[in-house]
Ligand binder design. Structure first.
Ligand code: SAM
Length: 214
Protein backbone atom coordinates (compact mmCIF):
# COMPACT_ATOMS: atom_id res chain seq x y z
CA UNK A 1 0.00 0.00 0.00
CA UNK A 2 1.26 3.50 -0.87
CA UNK A 3 2.33 5.57 2.14
CA UNK A 4 1.58 8.93 0.48
CA UNK A 5 -1.55 9.84 -1.53
CA UNK A 6 -0.43 13.31 -2.65
CA UNK A 7 2.08 15.99 -1.70
CA UNK A 8 -0.78 18.36 -0.97
CA UNK A 9 -2.33 15.98 1.54
CA UNK A 10 1.03 15.54 3.25
CA UNK A 11 1.46 19.32 3.46
CA UNK A 12 -2.11 20.05 4.56
CA UNK A 13 -2.75 17.16 6.94
CA UNK A 14 0.53 15.35 7.58
CA UNK A 15 -0.93 12.35 5.81
CA UNK A 16 1.81 9.69 5.64
CA UNK A 17 0.60 6.16 6.25
CA UNK A 18 2.50 3.80 8.53
CA UNK A 19 3.82 0.66 6.96
CA UNK A 20 2.75 -2.75 8.18
CA UNK A 21 6.11 -3.62 9.72
CA UNK A 22 6.02 -0.59 12.03
CA UNK A 23 2.32 -1.15 12.74
CA UNK A 24 3.02 -4.68 13.93
CA UNK A 25 6.10 -3.68 15.92
CA UNK A 26 4.07 -1.03 17.75
CA UNK A 27 1.09 -3.30 18.35
CA UNK A 28 3.42 -5.96 19.71
CA UNK A 29 4.22 -3.53 22.53
CA UNK A 30 0.63 -4.11 23.73
CA UNK A 31 0.30 -7.61 22.31
CA UNK A 32 -1.95 -8.98 25.04
CA UNK A 33 -4.45 -6.16 24.52
CA UNK A 34 -4.54 -6.69 20.76
CA UNK A 35 -5.54 -10.30 21.36
CA UNK A 36 -8.29 -9.53 23.86
CA UNK A 37 -11.57 -9.55 21.93
CA UNK A 38 -13.16 -6.69 23.84
CA UNK A 39 -10.18 -4.41 24.50
CA UNK A 40 -10.88 -0.84 23.43
CA UNK A 41 -8.71 0.93 20.88
CA UNK A 42 -9.11 4.52 19.72
CA UNK A 43 -6.95 6.01 17.01
CA UNK A 44 -7.48 9.79 16.91
CA UNK A 45 -5.84 10.24 13.45
CA UNK A 46 -6.66 6.85 11.99
CA UNK A 47 -6.12 7.60 8.29
CA UNK A 48 -7.42 4.68 6.27
CA UNK A 49 -7.01 2.36 9.23
CA UNK A 50 -3.55 0.81 9.17
CA UNK A 51 -3.50 0.26 12.92
CA UNK A 52 -7.17 -0.50 13.34
CA UNK A 53 -7.13 -3.06 10.52
CA UNK A 54 -4.35 -4.98 12.23
CA UNK A 55 -6.04 -4.74 15.62
CA UNK A 56 -9.17 -6.19 14.04
CA UNK A 57 -7.17 -8.97 12.34
CA UNK A 58 -5.57 -9.95 15.63
CA UNK A 59 -8.87 -9.95 17.50
CA UNK A 60 -10.56 -11.97 14.75
CA UNK A 61 -7.74 -14.53 14.84
CA UNK A 62 -8.76 -15.16 18.44
CA UNK A 63 -12.45 -15.28 17.52
CA UNK A 64 -11.69 -17.79 14.73
CA UNK A 65 -9.71 -20.07 16.98
CA UNK A 66 -12.18 -19.99 19.87
CA UNK A 67 -15.52 -19.81 18.08
CA UNK A 68 -14.89 -20.87 14.47
CA UNK A 69 -17.03 -23.95 14.93
CA UNK A 70 -20.14 -22.12 16.08
CA UNK A 71 -21.57 -19.56 13.68
CA UNK A 72 -23.71 -17.77 16.24
CA UNK A 73 -20.83 -17.42 18.69
CA UNK A 74 -18.46 -16.33 15.93
CA UNK A 75 -20.95 -13.63 14.88
CA UNK A 76 -21.50 -12.48 18.46
CA UNK A 77 -17.79 -12.22 19.33
CA UNK A 78 -16.84 -10.63 16.00
CA UNK A 79 -19.39 -7.95 16.70
CA UNK A 80 -17.97 -7.48 20.20
CA UNK A 81 -14.51 -7.15 18.63
CA UNK A 82 -15.83 -4.36 16.39
CA UNK A 83 -17.75 -2.56 19.15
CA UNK A 84 -14.44 -1.78 20.83
CA UNK A 85 -12.52 -0.37 17.82
CA UNK A 86 -12.72 3.41 17.32
CA UNK A 87 -11.18 5.89 14.91
CA UNK A 88 -11.35 9.56 13.95
CA UNK A 89 -9.89 11.29 10.92
CA UNK A 90 -10.16 14.88 9.72
CA UNK A 91 -10.49 13.78 6.09
CA UNK A 92 -13.88 12.32 5.24
CA UNK A 93 -12.55 10.00 2.53
CA UNK A 94 -10.09 8.47 5.00
CA UNK A 95 -12.84 7.74 7.51
CA UNK A 96 -14.91 6.10 4.77
CA UNK A 97 -11.97 4.10 3.45
CA UNK A 98 -11.23 2.93 6.97
CA UNK A 99 -14.85 1.78 7.49
CA UNK A 100 -14.82 -0.09 4.17
CA UNK A 101 -11.50 -1.70 4.94
CA UNK A 102 -12.60 -2.96 8.36
CA UNK A 103 -15.86 -4.20 6.86
CA UNK A 104 -13.97 -6.14 4.16
CA UNK A 105 -11.69 -7.76 6.75
CA UNK A 106 -14.75 -8.92 8.68
CA UNK A 107 -16.71 -9.94 5.60
CA UNK A 108 -13.94 -11.95 3.93
CA UNK A 109 -13.50 -14.05 7.04
CA UNK A 110 -17.24 -14.39 7.60
CA UNK A 111 -17.88 -15.49 4.03
CA UNK A 112 -14.95 -17.90 4.01
CA UNK A 113 -16.13 -19.54 7.20
CA UNK A 114 -19.88 -19.71 6.73
CA UNK A 115 -20.56 -19.18 3.02
CA UNK A 116 -24.24 -19.30 2.17
CA UNK A 117 -25.25 -19.42 5.82
CA UNK A 118 -23.99 -15.86 6.36
CA UNK A 119 -26.70 -13.48 7.49
CA UNK A 120 -27.29 -10.06 5.97
CA UNK A 121 -28.41 -8.80 9.36
CA UNK A 122 -24.98 -9.61 10.79
CA UNK A 123 -23.35 -7.61 7.99
CA UNK A 124 -25.80 -4.78 8.66
CA UNK A 125 -24.84 -4.75 12.35
CA UNK A 126 -21.17 -4.50 11.40
CA UNK A 127 -21.82 -1.66 8.96
CA UNK A 128 -23.83 0.16 11.59
CA UNK A 129 -21.11 -0.21 14.22
CA UNK A 130 -18.52 1.10 11.78
CA UNK A 131 -20.71 4.11 10.99
CA UNK A 132 -20.87 4.89 14.73
CA UNK A 133 -17.27 4.07 15.68
CA UNK A 134 -15.19 5.42 12.80
CA UNK A 135 -15.92 9.11 12.63
CA UNK A 136 -15.06 12.04 10.44
CA UNK A 137 -13.77 14.60 12.89
CA UNK A 138 -11.03 16.88 14.09
CA UNK A 139 -9.36 15.25 17.06
CA UNK A 140 -7.88 18.60 18.16
CA UNK A 141 -11.06 20.60 18.60
CA UNK A 142 -13.39 17.58 18.97
CA UNK A 143 -15.83 18.62 16.26
CA UNK A 144 -16.89 17.62 12.78
CA UNK A 145 -14.77 19.81 10.45
CA UNK A 146 -17.78 20.83 8.36
CA UNK A 147 -20.76 21.06 10.69
CA UNK A 148 -18.73 21.87 13.84
CA UNK A 149 -21.02 19.52 15.73
CA UNK A 150 -19.25 17.89 18.68
CA UNK A 151 -17.89 14.37 18.14
CA UNK A 152 -20.10 11.86 19.93
CA UNK A 153 -18.86 8.33 20.49
CA UNK A 154 -20.95 5.32 21.44
CA UNK A 155 -19.89 3.05 24.23
CA UNK A 156 -21.03 -0.54 23.65
CA UNK A 157 -21.18 -3.07 26.43
CA UNK A 158 -22.24 -6.68 26.36
CA UNK A 159 -25.34 -7.28 28.46
CA UNK A 160 -26.87 -10.62 29.33
CA UNK A 161 -27.37 -13.13 26.54
CA UNK A 162 -27.17 -11.62 23.10
CA UNK A 163 -27.94 -8.05 24.06
CA UNK A 164 -25.81 -4.92 23.73
CA UNK A 165 -26.09 -1.66 25.62
CA UNK A 166 -25.25 1.62 23.90
CA UNK A 167 -24.44 4.88 25.66
CA UNK A 168 -23.31 7.97 23.80
CA UNK A 169 -20.64 10.32 25.15
CA UNK A 170 -19.25 13.62 23.93
CA UNK A 171 -15.63 13.00 22.93
CA UNK A 172 -14.39 16.27 24.48
CA UNK A 173 -15.59 15.19 27.92
CA UNK A 174 -13.88 11.85 27.62
CA UNK A 175 -10.57 13.49 26.86
CA UNK A 176 -10.77 16.37 29.33
CA UNK A 177 -11.97 14.37 32.29
CA UNK A 178 -9.37 11.67 31.95
CA UNK A 179 -6.53 13.99 30.78
CA UNK A 180 -5.44 11.35 28.33
CA UNK A 181 -6.72 9.57 25.26
CA UNK A 182 -8.29 6.74 27.15
CA UNK A 183 -11.70 5.78 25.96
CA UNK A 184 -14.18 5.01 28.70
CA UNK A 185 -13.09 3.01 31.67
CA UNK A 186 -12.06 -0.28 30.18
CA UNK A 187 -12.13 -2.38 33.30
CA UNK A 188 -14.98 -0.73 35.12
CA UNK A 189 -17.81 1.67 35.06
CA UNK A 190 -17.91 4.11 32.18
CA UNK A 191 -20.54 6.18 33.97
CA UNK A 192 -17.93 7.07 36.58
CA UNK A 193 -16.16 9.18 33.95
CA UNK A 194 -19.08 11.22 32.77
CA UNK A 195 -22.79 11.25 32.21
CA UNK A 196 -23.75 9.89 28.81
CA UNK A 197 -25.47 12.34 26.48
CA UNK A 198 -27.84 9.59 25.45
CA UNK A 199 -28.76 6.24 26.89
CA UNK A 200 -30.29 3.58 24.60
CA UNK A 201 -32.43 0.54 25.32
CA UNK A 202 -30.81 -2.90 25.07
CA UNK A 203 -30.59 -4.28 21.56
CA UNK A 204 -29.86 -7.74 20.13
CA UNK A 205 -26.43 -7.85 18.45
CA UNK A 206 -28.01 -8.78 15.10
CA UNK A 207 -30.50 -5.91 15.23
CA UNK A 208 -28.10 -2.97 15.09
CA UNK A 209 -29.08 -0.51 12.37
CA UNK A 210 -32.46 -2.19 11.96
CA UNK A 211 -34.33 1.06 12.37
CA UNK A 212 -33.64 4.74 12.91
CA UNK A 213 -33.88 4.53 16.68
CA UNK A 214 -30.64 2.64 16.97
C1 SAM B 1 0.62 10.53 9.61
S1 SAM B 1 -1.02 10.11 9.02
C2 SAM B 1 -1.27 8.60 9.93
C3 SAM B 1 -2.45 7.78 9.48
C4 SAM B 1 -2.57 6.42 10.19
N1 SAM B 1 -2.66 6.61 11.62
C5 SAM B 1 -1.40 5.53 9.87
O1 SAM B 1 -0.57 5.34 10.78
O2 SAM B 1 -1.29 5.04 8.75
C6 SAM B 1 -1.97 11.32 9.89
C7 SAM B 1 -3.46 11.26 9.71
O3 SAM B 1 -4.04 12.20 10.60
C8 SAM B 1 -5.11 12.88 9.97
N2 SAM B 1 -5.25 14.16 10.68
C9 SAM B 1 -4.49 15.27 10.57
N3 SAM B 1 -4.92 16.22 11.43
C10 SAM B 1 -5.97 15.67 12.12
C11 SAM B 1 -6.83 16.15 13.14
N4 SAM B 1 -6.72 17.38 13.65
N5 SAM B 1 -7.80 15.32 13.60
C12 SAM B 1 -7.95 14.06 13.10
N6 SAM B 1 -7.16 13.57 12.13
C13 SAM B 1 -6.18 14.35 11.64
C14 SAM B 1 -4.70 12.95 8.52
O4 SAM B 1 -5.81 13.10 7.66
C15 SAM B 1 -3.98 11.62 8.33
O5 SAM B 1 -4.86 10.62 7.90
Amino acid sequence: MEQVKSKKRVADHGEVFTNIREVNAMLDLVKQETERIDSRFLEPACGNGNFLAEVLNRKLNVVDSRYGKSQVEWEHYSIIALTSIYGVDILEDNAQECRNRLFDIFNDRYTNLFGQNCKDECRRSIRFLLSRNILWGDALDFTNPETKAPIVFSEWSAATGSMLKRRDYVFRFLVEKTHQFSLFNDQGDAAAIDEPVKDFPLVHFLKLGEDDTY
